[in-house]
Ligand binder design. Structure first.
Ligand SMILES: [Cu+2]
Length: 345
């Protein structure tokens, strides 16, 4: 049984928390990426990798301790499947609970949130229990081990969005001092979330101020549950910095809030692929969110979920062609969160 209170208000955080965690990976600059970013103040390199021997999906971070303020995450996907980098702020209650249990914070999060999610998801994705039973079981398990996850809740702070295998993306977010957990919940072929098999890391933001100025945007986007995704002007070929403002945040049927993803398409009028892509992004279905986006859709980043009022800056070098903005929610077109466009020469 889930207390009603927890099903109303915390659903946001629940949602937020809802899924899995990530790891930040530091460091390794792959030879197919530009290596200059480590020289820029306020840029953290995150490399996504796959350990084929152990079947682990991993993040490597250029630093796991950073000053507070504006930070740009350069996400290098050096692996054969799609990933993202979702940042959660751990509430003080979570830090205290880990301390009281004598457990490292990341272990406490894994055992309290990540592991219950995977274990409760297993019978659901096999078809043994229905969605209602799954969510009841999930909430019960997390309340038992990590009640702080719902109340006061872990806050979604954005981070680089879905980034295709071997691709890179770049997103700037503002992080106040605190402890953070980062994760990717793309699934492998066995319906195992990457957060459960390595992509869960801790990031510490110190009290020191980075004194980095926020990026100067070239265009402005808003996203909200009522007006969907709105961009104030057409994008052009070349470098763009898109300011993405979360006017609100709500919990959808898949327990998560909205986010903003960009994908390149072979043909923006391919309606079949667009609905396949939208269905693929709903983690609840067997086969969805597994390995790679369907067809020729290639994810180029964006920003993961953020709390109401938060802003991210998405840096993207666009070449001419067809694209789609899409939020990772059920039936995004119904919410005006699936929008195709063309970039001209
Ligand atoms: Cu992943």
């Amino acid at each position: 049984m889930i207390p009603i209170k927890l099903l109303t208000r915390p659903i946001n955080q629940f949602v937020i928390f809802t899924l899995f965690f990530v790891l930040l990976f530091a460091g390794c600059v792959e030879n197919n990426e530009e290596a200059t970013n480590t020289d820029i103040d306020g840029v953290i390199e995150v490399t996504a990798m796959h350990d084929h021997v152990e079947n682990l999906h991993l993040f490597e971070l250029s630093s796991k301790e950073i000053p507070s303020g504006w930070t740009t995450f350069q996400f290098n996907n050096a692996s054969p499947v799609d990933h993202f980098f979702l940042i959660y702020r751990v509430p003080d209650e979570g830090i205290e609970a880990a301390h009281a249990a004598g457990e490292p914070l990341l272990d406490h999060w894994f055992q309290g949130v990540t592991e219950p999610f995977q274990l409760e998801f297993n019978p659901f994705v096999k078809g043994d229990i229905d969605y209602g039973e799954f969510t009841d079981n999930l909430v019960g398990a997390i309340l038992e081990r990590a009640p702080w996850f719902f109340d006061p809740g872990a806050a979604a702070m954005g981070g680089p969005g879905f980034t295709a295998a071997w691709a890179t993306s770049k997103t700037t977010v503002h992080l106040p001092p605190g402890e953070y957990v980062v994760e990717c919940y793309v699934k492998d072929e066995n319906e195992v979330f990457h957060s459960y098999i390595g992509m869960l890391e801790q990031l510490t933001v110190t009290g020191e101020d980075s004194e980095i100025e926020k990026p100067v945007p070239t265009s402005r986007m808003t996203i909200s549950s009522t007006n969907g995704i709105q961009l104030n002007e057409e994008l052009h070929a070349g470098n763009n910095i898109i300011e993405i403002i979360f006017e609100d945040q709500v919990s959808y049927a898949h327990l998560l809030g909205h986010n903003v993803q960009l994908a390149k398409l072979a043909d923006k009028n391919d309606e079949e692929l667009l609905s396949e892509l939208a269905a693929w992004m709903d983690w609840r279905h067997p086969g969805s969110l597994v390995d790679r986006a369907p067809g020729e859709a290639e994810f180029l980043g964006g920003t993961m979920e953020m709390t109401e009022g938060a802003t991210a800056y998405f840096h993207i070098d666009l070449e001419p062609g067809d694209y789609v903005w899409i939020a990772e929610i059920p039936d995004p077109a119904d919410h005006d969160m699936l929008k195709t466009f063309t970039v001209g020469n």
